[in-house]
Write a protein of this length. Structure first.
Lengths: 263, 399
């Protein structure tokens, strides 16, 4: 297994900051088709450390109702990968927060993996999270292409992932490891239980070479703090999508949301 | 059932779960431990003599196997060839689906699982799953699209009577694809004590191979029965409908490496292949990933899965199993699309000619008989995958 030497905004971020990082997910083209840049700008102004932009998909099996619905709405607006890349074109003139694209593998395959990576590089995307592209297949078939364009692929681990596999993923990862807080789809749990804490501690004790962000079930200051105690920070998804659904993409609302999570 | 294969056939799954370009295990990490546990254990479990003994005993005494291979004389005369019907409709619960659920419940027990989750379209797989859960005393949750709950009501009632909890899948087109999404989400949320009994040769490796093995009893019996009746082990054609493709995989299995046996798959054209209301996957689809495997998939240019349509809930699915994608891609199988109307006609035709009311799914296979370039001397086996009681409310609209 080779370790890549990719250096980009994500690796730069973690080399300068290692504590209480906040990563926020939102679905592209939601609540309205052209809100993607507005939300992105709002999150940067509010001081989040990374953003994950969801590429909507018709069959998001790892997602709960809130994100499913936002995917559906965005697709109804006519969102496509092509449009997303158009919306992101030129964003690096104003946005310097690291950007990850999160979504499912089929739209990427139809776009063409190489074309996708090239576009990511062109518009300034730093990494991807593709839950249904398994680690083993990525290593065997796609890693070279992603690396050629300097795009990181972030892998997930869960409470059920064996120590052996975690070591393997850690060895091959660059950027950070996405710790799924519990056995669940997105948005289905809230709060941090003792079982979760025990898992966080177990992983913290493994002294992995990569930083870790904890996601799934993080929805307020309390859960953000609990996650940050055991990892380098946390990821908020469903709770922020709910916020957008209710309050729209306004910068003030986004700022208030972010400050409420991490004052 | 074949548990070891001495020569590597090009239609046999590879170590990594591929049939040609198709298959694999495209699953989120949350499912990796479950699927990996299954992958590491299924072949050993199935090969265990105690498993084999229990499996065969249940297929014999509970399911009622072997199912008859019936020479349909009046249909033969009408079509102009020798037509045999492999009577899977006579299995306990009324379809081939139970061959698979018996196998998987025994696997689940050996993996120490306490709960079963499953998806269902027509409700036949749901009923077959609820049945084996009752038999083994395991808790059972079935996801079913809201639309299918409406159009297959008798099966919903059967599942409930058998003690299963039927949960409506309300997303997307509210049919089989969405029920499968919900079952997968349920499995992600309950990874340790739950086994997911997938109902067809779809899903991540090792499901397509495992389900095909359990269904392969169909072609194993066909060979023996044909030898008795026709003094030959192989027919000229085997015909089956393909939703995900489990009855077809079972009917084709022991003929895959004999190219003189033509393998005929009937897909649902719905209102017509080009009407936008169809489920004819190979006619309309392209390679893509759905429900954990790379296969042929109905999708938009942007890679969003297209909502399929068929009058038959069991064929109303935008993909096919990876083995079938490979049969199509390699030319080993011939794929036909059959419209709602032609299927219904074929269903009425069989009812009147042979006194057998077939499931709407099965009726699609029967309709293909009119399309094949048959000669008088040809021997054709049609997999009569299920009985039509569940479809009476749809059929009677055509009376
Ligand atoms: C009677 C019958 N035949 C066929 C099918 C289609 O499934 P498969 O293609 O897996 O055999 C179903 C599915 O519900 C069914 O009930």
């Amino acid at each position: 297994m080779t370790t890549s030497t990719i250096q980009n905004r994500i690796t730069d971020l973690f080399s300068t900051k290692s504590d209480r990082l906040l990563n926020v997910y939102f679905t592209a083209g939601f609540p309205q088709l052209n809100d993607t840049r507005t939300v992105l700008r709002g999150l940067q102004q509010a001081g989040v450390d990374l953003v994950e932009i969801g590429m909507p998909y018709s069959d998001p099996v790892a997602d709960g109702e809130v994100i499913q619905q936002s995917n559906g709405v965005s697709l109804e607006h006519g969102m496509t990968l092509r449009i997303l890349f158009e919306q992101l074109a030129g964003c690096r003139d104003e946005i310097n927060v690291p950007i990850l694209l999160m979504g499912y593998i089929n739209p990427v395959l139809q776009f063409g993996v190489e074309a996708f990576c090239r576009k990511c590089q062109e518009v300034g995307v730093d990494g991807v999270i593709l839950p249904d592209l398994p680690f083993d297949l990525y290593e065997a078939e796609y890693r070279d292409t992603f690396e050629r364009y300097g795009i990181l692929n972030i892998f997930l681990i869960t409470p059920q992932t064996s120590d052996e596999r975690i070591r393997l993923i850690d060895e091959a990862s660059e950027g950070f490891i996405y710790m799924v807080s519990s056995a669940s789809i997105t948005g289905s749990v809230s709060g941090v239980s003792d079982v979760m804490k025990a898992y966080f501690e177990r992983i913290a004790g493994m002294n992995l070479r990569n930083p870790r962000l904890i996601g799934f079930g993080i929805n307020n200051q309390e859960t953000f703090d609990a996650a940050s105690e055991h990892a380098n920070g946390a990821i908020i998804g469903s709770a922020f999508v709910k916020h957008l659904q209710k309050n729209g993409p306004g910068a003030e609302g986004i700022d208030a949301f972010v400050k409420a999570v991490r004052p | 059932m074949q548990t070891t294969v001495d020569t590597q056939s090009s239609f046999e799954v590879t170590d990594k779960g591929f049939y040609g370009h198709f298959g694999g295990a495209f699953i989120p990490e949350m499912l990796y431990p479950n699927v990996e546990e299954l992958r590491q254990n299924y072949l050993n479990i199935i090969a265990d003599p105690a498993f084999q003994a229990e499996f065969w005993q249940l297929l014999t005494d509970y399911v009622g196997r072997p199912t008859p291979l019936f020479l349909a004389k009046r249909l033969s005369a009408q079509v102009g060839a020798t037509i045999y019907l492999k009577r899977e409709d006579l299995c306990h619960t009324g379809a081939h689906k139970i061959n698979n659920t018996i196998g998987q419940i025994l696997v689940a027990q050996r993996l120490g699982k306490k709960r079963i989750v499953a998806e269902t379209g027509a409700g036949q797989h749901g009923v077959a799953t609820a049945t084996v859960c009752a038999l083994m005393g395991l808790e059972c949750i079935i996801y079913m699209g809201s639309i299918d709950i409406e159009r297959q009501k008798p099966n919903v009632d059967r599942m409930r009577m058998l003690g299963a909890e039927v949960r409506p899948a309300k997303s997307g087109s509210q049919t089989l694809k969405d029920a499968t999404n919900e079952a997968m989400r349920h499995w992600i949320n309950n990874p340790v004590d739950t086994h997911y009994i997938i109902g067809s040769v779809v899903g991540p490796h090792p499901y397509p191979d495992m389900v095909a093995r359990f269904q392969s009893v169909i072609s194993e019996e066909i060979r023996k029965q044909l030898l008795e009746k026709e003094s030959r082990e192989t027919p000229d054609y085997v015909v089956a409908c393909v939703g995900g493709g489990s009855n077809a995989a079972g009917a084709f299995f022991h003929f895959l490496d004999e190219p003189q046996v033509r393998l005929i798959a009937a897909e649902a054209a719905g209102q017509g292949v080009n009407t936008g209301h169809s489920a004819a996957t190979t006619a309309l689809g392209k390679p893509g990933v759905l429900h954990g495997s790379r296969t042929i998939l109905m999708q938009t240019e942007d890679g969003q899965v297209t909502e399929p349509y068929s009058i038959s809930a069991g064929l109303d699915y935008p993909g096919i199993g990876p083995l079938h994608a490979h049969l199509f891609d390699s030319g080993r199988g011939d794929f036909y699309s059959v419209t709602d109307d032609d299927a219904v006609k074929a269903g009425f035709n069989l009812s009147k000619l042979e006194g057998i009311i077939p499931a709407l799914e099965t009726a699609h296979a029967l309709a293909v008989l009119n399309e094949l370039p048959l000669r008088k001397s040809d021997v054709v086996v049609v997999c009569l995958s299920g009985r039509g009681d569940k479809d009476l409310s749809t059929y009677t609209k055509y009376l």
